[in-house]
Unconditional design. Structure first.
Length: 163
C-alpha cells in the first residue's frame, strides 16, 4: 500500500515540531531546519508509491538526518556559519543575546559529544522519540540506545557544568 496525501499530512503534523527541535540543534539555524523539513517531506512525497504507511515516521527521520548531515558538510566545505538569531529577529536584544549565549554553550557541548551519542540524545530529548523508535531510526539495538543516552547525558552535564 502506498502513502497517500492524508497520511503524509498527518505525518507532517505529528513530526514537524520534533524534527525542528532536533534539526535546529544540529544546524543552529531556524531557516535551515525548516528547509530540511520541507525537503524531507518533498522527497517522501516523490517516493510515496513505494512507502509503507507503517514505516513512514522512521523514513522521514532518516531522510531529514541525511539532509542535515549533507547541509553541515556543505557548510564545512565553504566555512559558512549562520547569523545568531539575535541578529535576525526583532525580539528584545538583551533577552535574545542570553538565548544566543545559551545556544552557543549547548552547541559547543553537543559538538564535543561523539556523533553516536549526540544522535541518540538529540533524537530522544529534542525529537521525542522513544527507545524503540530510536533503535529503528538509527538501526541499533534498544540496549545500545539506552547506554548511549546515559553516557551522552552524563557527558553533557559535565561539559555544561564546566561552562
Amino acid at each position: 500500500m502506498a502513502l497517500d496525501q492524508k497520511e503524509l499530512e498527518a505525518c507532517y503534523r505529528r513530526l514537524e515540531k520534533p524534527l525542528f527541535n532536533v534539526l535546529y540543534r544540529w544546524l543552529w539555524s531556524s531557516a535551515d531546519a525548516m528547509d530540511v523539513i520541507q525537503d524531507s517531506f518533498m522527497k517522501l512525497w516523490r517516493r510515496r508509491s513505494s512507502v509503507k504507511p507503517d514505516s513512514v515516521d522512521a523514513l522521514v527521520w532518516r531522510i531529514a538526518l541525511n539532509l542535515a548531515r549533507n547541509r553541515l558538510a556543505s557548510r564545512n566545505r565553504w566555512g559558512w556559519l549562520p547569523l545568531p538569531e539575535s541578529l535576525k529577529s526583532g525580539s528584545e536584544p538583551a533577552s535574545q543575546a542570553r538565548l544566543d549565549e545559551r545556544d552557543a554553550q549547548l552547541k559547543g557541548a553537543l559538538e564535543k559529544l561523539p556523533p553516536a551519542q549526540r544522535d541518540v540524545l538529540l533524537l530522544g530529548v529534542f525529537g521525542g522519540l522513544d527507545r524503540r523508535n530510536l533503535a529503528g531510526v538509527l538501526g541499533i539495538p534498544e540496549g545500545t540506545v539506552a547506554s548511549r543516552h546515559h553516557k551522552a547525558v552524563r557527558t553533557l552535564k559535565e561539559l555544561l557544568a564546566h561552562d
